[in-house]
Each structure stands twice: as structure tokens, then as C-alpha cells.
Design a protein around this ligand. Structure first.
Ligand SMILES: [Zn+2]
Length: 132
């Protein structure tokens, strides 16, 4: 099947569907909409999984590492946008490119924040097959 790689037990499944990396059953973020997570009352306060009791912040400063993931995502977005702008708008000035890329990164920051934490915790926590 085409979507065979996107099944329960794979890390990409937890990342795409916003699920706890250990049990793949309970949501990791309160909402699957990154913009909605900012305005939710307990903004970004993701304590533990309601099904398997996995504590998401395993040690103090655990989320510090997610910043590097966020940085990598931002660099990827910036370079892609820079190549796109230079290819399709050949006479665009460098000032406009900087303004466009900065604005785009600012608009995308909830998304990079959302995925950086999901990617970061999936590096350290693997799926436990006992939670089927
Ligand atoms: Zn869980």
C-alpha cells in the first residue's frame, strides 16, 4: 500500500498526527492546530501523556534542544523561500527578500515551534508495542 510507512508504531506517525511518542494514542499538544495552541489557556504547557503517563519534559531544560530543531526548520524555510524568490522574481531587491523571509518566518513560528518539540521528543522516546 502507498501509505504503508504511515502507520502506528512509526515515529512519523506520532509527528504527523500529534500523538504521544510512547503510546501513539493520546495527543501530545492540546490541539493539532499550531496556532490554536498559542491562545489556549495553558499555552504550551504539555505535562504528561494521559494514557501512558509519560512525562514529556524528562529533565529540566529538555526543550532547550528543540530550539536547534526549530533553527534547522527555519533555515530550511528561509533557504527555500530565498531560492524561490530569486528564481521567480529576478529583479527583486535584497531588502525586500529579507522583509519577505522575516515576515514569513514570523508567521510560521507557531508551526516550527509545534513540530520542533514533536521531532525532539521523538528522537529520545520510541513507540512501546504494549500500547496497541
Ligand atoms: Zn502516551
Amino acid at each position: 500500500m502507498f501509505f504503508n510507512w504511515l502507520k502506528k508504531g512509526k515515529k512519523i506517525y506520532s509527528i504527523i498526527y500529534n500523538l504521544c511518542p510512547k503510546c501513539h494514542s493520546s495527543p501530545f499538544w492540546p490541539s493539532s492546530n499550531p496556532y490554536k495552541n498559542i491562545i489556549i489557556k495553558n499555552k504550551g504547557d504539555i505535562g504528561f501523556c494521559k494514557k501512558c503517563n509519560l512525562k514529556y519534559e524528562m529533565e529540566p531544560g529538555f526543550w532547550f534542544g528543540a530550539m536547534y530543531i526549530s533553527y534547522a526548520i527555519s533555515i530550511f524555510i528561509s533557504l527555500s523561500l530565498w531560492v524561490f524568490l530569486n528564481y521567480f522574481f529576478s529583479n527583486i531587491s535584497i531588502t525586500n527578500i529579507i522583509i519577505i523571509i522575516s515576515s514569513f518566518l514570523l508567521l510560521c513560528s507557531p508551526i516550527t515551534y509545534y513540530f520542533s518539540r514533536l521531532l525532539w521528543i521523538n528522537i529520545f522516546v520510541s513507540y512501546d508495542p504494549k500500547y496497541k
